[in-house]
Design a protein around this ligand. Structure first.
Ligand SMILES: NCCCNCCCCCS
Ligand SMILES: [Zn+2]
Length: 342
């Protein structure tokens, strides 16, 4: 399997995040992609190639231009104020407040985000832009006839909506790849999100459309981030009614529980008969993940890959979350090896 990777992810490394009332080092850190890349090499999964640059246009097919302009220009504005720490939002336009973009860089960040888990540093734009180019390059590989590809994306993307950043995500790499398939003539794309957290961004981008089926297995939003989307009664709207399947699961879910939901999700994908499958591959479902509460084990990821392979679809794997960094390489590459029936 071909892996696409960009060293640019090292340009993004937030200093801290607020966890349980304390400022702690960011869980979404550069070592995550480094460890996965090392495992790809150690297991001789296949070649690792750099991303090509497909420009801003395919990104703008998914994201609001105002948000892109903000993200691209935010650090320069922040540095011009004499600041050198991370730029973080701290006020959001929620109930009773106006959905009007203010002039302040902090106000605008709050307008374009939904949580404080998205530090902007000097290199964040470049890292996020290149992460999207990684997904687009892997997408191109499949559109050119390959049956599989791995987009080793960092920062992740599935929490990013058209005009919202959050949950460590800035640009929605999987959604950008899905839109590229559709713009290149594909008619039906399925996205299977196996990350521990609901892909609220991906869901919202395609919620009113029938050309993308979104299926997500995740921690119950009643008790888990992102809290405010991901319930089972969210089945799509308008033309998209019936093309969104959320499978929330309780804390402590292990392989028997999780794989039963996967079976249901795969059935929905099979019924949809897509031409291509995108997997938002988060491995924070791992039993030792520091911020998550499922109980999958490393061998379970081999079975996960094999089950996905049984769908018999050209498959683009897009890296999302996973914060047990010492095991992230084993767990992510186990999915890919299971898919390849190695
Ligand atoms: N107390 C943990 C806070 C985690 N907040 C954001 C999680 C984003 C996961 C992205 S896959
Ligand atoms: Zn996650």
């Amino acid at each position: 399997m071909l892996t696409i990777y960009s060293d640019d992810h090292h340009l993004h490394h937030g200093r801290c995040e607020l966890i349980d009332g304390q400022l702690m080092p960011c869980f979404e850190k550069p070592e995550r992609a480094d460890f996965i890349r090392e495992r790809v090499l150690a297991r001789q999964l296949g070649p690792i190639e750099p991303a090509r640059d497909w420009g801003l246009a395919p990104i703008a097919r998914v994201h609001d231009q105002g948000m892109l302009d903000f993200l691209q220009g935010a650090w320069a504005r922040w540095a011009a104020l004499g600041q050198e720490g991370d730029l973080l939002p701290y006020t959001w336009p929620t109930r009773t407040l106006r959905q009007q973009k203010p002039d302040s860089v902090h106000g605008q960040f709050g307008y374009y985000s939904f949580d404080a888990g998205v530090p902007i540093t000097a290199g964040t734009w470049q890292a996020a832009y290149s992460s999207a180019q990684v997904a687009l390059t892997a997408q191109h590989h499949i559109a050119s006839g390959a049956t599989s590809a791995f987009a080793l994306c960092r920062p992740p993307g599935h929490h990013a909506a058209a005009d919202l950043m959050g949950g460590y995500c800035y640009l929605n790499n999987a959604a950008i790849a899905a839109q590229a398939f559709l713009d290149q003539g594909y008619r039906r794309v399925a996205i299977l999100d196996v990350d521990y957290h609901h892909g609220n961004g991906t869901q919202s981008i395609f919620y009113e459309r029938s050309d993308v089926l979104f299926v997500s297995l995740h921690g119950d939003p009643a008790i888990e981030f992102p809290f405010f989307l991901g319930y089972a009664d969210e089945t799509g709207a308008g033309a998209g009614e019936g093309y969104n399947l959320n499978l929330p699961l309780p804390a402590g879910s292990d392989w028997p529980v999780w794989s039963a939901a996967l079976k249901q999700g795969c059935q929905a994908i099979d019924d949809y008969q897509p031409e291509v499958l995108i997997v938002s591959l988060g491995v924070d479902t791992f039993e030792l993940d520091p911020i998550s509460r499922f109980k999958l084990t490393s061998p379970d990821y081999l079975k996960m890959g094999a089950r996905i392979r049984a769908l018999n679809l050209p498959t683009l794997f897009v890296m999302e979350g996973g914060y047990a960094v010492e095991a992230i390489g084993i767990n992510a590459v186990n999915v890919l090896e299971g898919f390849e029936q190695r």
